[in-house]
Design a protein around this ligand. Structure first.
Ligand SMILES: *Cc1c(COP(=O)(O)O)cnc(C)c1O
Length: 497
């Protein structure tokens, strides 16, 4: 929408005294809708926009058209698993039986809700090969923190208090080292080999250097490059031998869903992003859900409160003294759990492996079609996602030339064609990383449409580099001047302080 009138803020559309509705004056004696005590009442009118209904409707309808989501277009944002979320899940999560329940209701009155919660915990245990789950954490990163707290509690309760080191591969998602730091642990980086997998020799050296101090190793498998870590059993044996536990970042679980299980690979603790793998709208910061699971022997450290089925079949909400304290309000984001449950039951045991297999097939299909145009630093089969390192030189890419076509230019130009950009400049292993994750929910026609546009952009780069350098050309907001934006922000903050 390029009409500047409609791109105004609602406050700019405000006209003093204008209203959508007016109610007749209340003539019922002694009746008042709001009887707030004088001390709590506002002294000044709230500064709200004053608009008629039609202006409000147009404003929000036009604003919503400027938004981009899975429901409007292809969203191949690597690492984020932006799959389509069936509307059925939304309908079910919105049922009054779920939305009308108060979190402080006695357990006897919410047995059905607790049964659903426990069922999801059990299904996740089965899917991952771990012993017990909690659905309390609010997001993946929150799950990482909770998982690491569980690991720390395990070591500390045994009196093994010197274990403060966490090994993290250099390909890891930024939340891994961040969670370790928030948990009060020290990060030790482990190098990757040229094929993108963990350098086991470097791991051995780091383990030796940290003797007696290793709390855990965090890994993602397939890793953030979409490569399956084949040496996991060996890595797990080394870390276990050194007294550490294996933490699995389950954000990429979609790639191996129903095919293999982290518990069988030797992992002890993991999180799952329900909002990635098990289908829940996400982006823009939530709400999410990051359940964590642990292997047998670690169940007692999971955080409070816990949903437990009793011998008579009923459910209770329990807190245990030995467990971690609570990490979330009540039982976490229940609405997300309902969506995940609906998704799991829709797929069923028979079809769950299909999701992962199709996600892998789709990623490989795009990779093979585009590798003649974009640099593929690690060739061979990928899992659910892969990373290009910018455009090939014959089309205008060049890491050593400032004026060459950059990944940022490709990402901006994609917006002109109605596609969300892939993840760019992550992982940090490559200068011009462009990370593509199509997910299983896209049709071959959509993938073909994306491939065609990506090829076209490469041809455009060759013919008219400036077209890319100044993209996007058709979006409501054009390319921002990052330097100017930073200066303006500094100026604004200077005023505030
Ligand atoms: C998304 C992601 C996370 C963090 O999950 P959030 O739910 O965004 O907190 C961690 N690791 C990897 C590999 C991810 O892709």
């Amino acid at each position: 929408m390029n009409n500047t009138y409609y791109s105004k803020l609602i406050f700019e559309l405000s006209q003093p005294g204008r209203t959508g509705y007016s109610l007749p004056k209340n003539d019922v004696e002694g009746y008042c809708l709001c009887q707030l005590p004088e001390a709590l009442s506002r002294q000044q009118e709230a500064d709200l926009p004053e608009c008629d209904e039609l202006t409000v409707v147009r404003h929000y309808t036009n604003s919503s058209n400027n938004n981009f989501g899975v429901d409007t277009g292809f969203y191949p944002l690597g690492s984020c698993t932006m799959k389509y979320n069936p509307k059925l899940n939304e309908e079910l999560a919105a049922l009054p039986a779920f939305t009308g329940t108060h979190p402080l209701q006695p357990a006897e009155t919410v047995q059905g809700l607790l049964a659903l919660y426990d069922d999801v915990q059990r299904i996740l245990s089965e899917v991952t090969g771990l012993s017990r789950f909690t659905l309390n954490p609010f997001a993946g990163a929150h799950g990482e923190l909770t998982g690491l707290m569980t690991i720390r509690a395990y070591h500390e309760r045994r009196g093994d208090v010197l274990r403060t080191k966490v090994l993290v591969p250099d390909s890891a998602h930024g939340t891994n080292p961040a969670s370790a730091a928030v948990c009060g642990l020290e990060v030790v980086e482990v190098k990757s080999l040229a094929d993108g997998t963990v350098d086991v020799d470097d791991l051995k050296e780091k383990l030796k250097a940290c003797e007696g101090r290793v709390a855990a190793m965090m890994m993602t498998n397939p890793n953030t490059l979409g490569i399956f870590e084949r040496r996991i059993p060996e890595i797990a044996a080394l870390v276990h031998e050194a007294g550490g536990l294996m933490y699995y970042d389950g954000a990429n679980l979609n790639a191996i869903l129903g095919v293999c299980r982290p518990g069988d690979m030797g992992f002890d603790v993991m999180h799952i992003n329900l909002h990635k793998t098990f289908s829940t709208p996400h982006g823009g910061g939530g709400p999410g859900s990051g359940p964590i699971g642990v292997r047998r022997g670690l169940e007692q450290y999971l955080p409070n409160p816990q949903v437990v089925q009793q011998a008579d079949g009923t459910y209770t909400i329990q807190s245990d003294d030995e467990a971690l304290g609570s990490v979330s309000a009540f039982l976490g984001n229940y609405g997300i759990v309902v969506r995940a449950y609906a998704y799991l039951l829709s797929l069923g045991r028979e079809n769950i492996a299909m999701a992962g297999k199709l996600a892998v097939l789709n990623a490989n299909y795009i990779k093979e079609q585009l590798k003649a145009y974009y640099k593929l630093p690690i060739d061979g089969l990928c899992k659910h996602e892969f990373v290009f390192d910018g455009m090939r030189e014959e089309y205008g890419g060049d890491h050593h030339d400032e004026d060459a076509v950059k990944t940022l230019d490709v990402a901006k130009r994609l917006l002109d064609y109605g596609f969300h950009a892939p993840t760019i400049y992550f992982p940090l292993l490559f200068h011009e990383a462009l990370m593509i994750e199509p997910t299983e929910t896209e049709s071959k026609e959509t993938l073909d449409g994306f491939i065609e546009v990506m090829k076209k952009i490469a041809e455009e780069a060759k013919a008219d580099r400036q077209l890319l350098k100044t993209a996007p050309h058709h979006t409501p907001v054009r390319r921002l001047d990052d330097v100017l934006a930073v200066k303006a922000a500094q100026f604004a903050f200077k005023d505030l302080t």
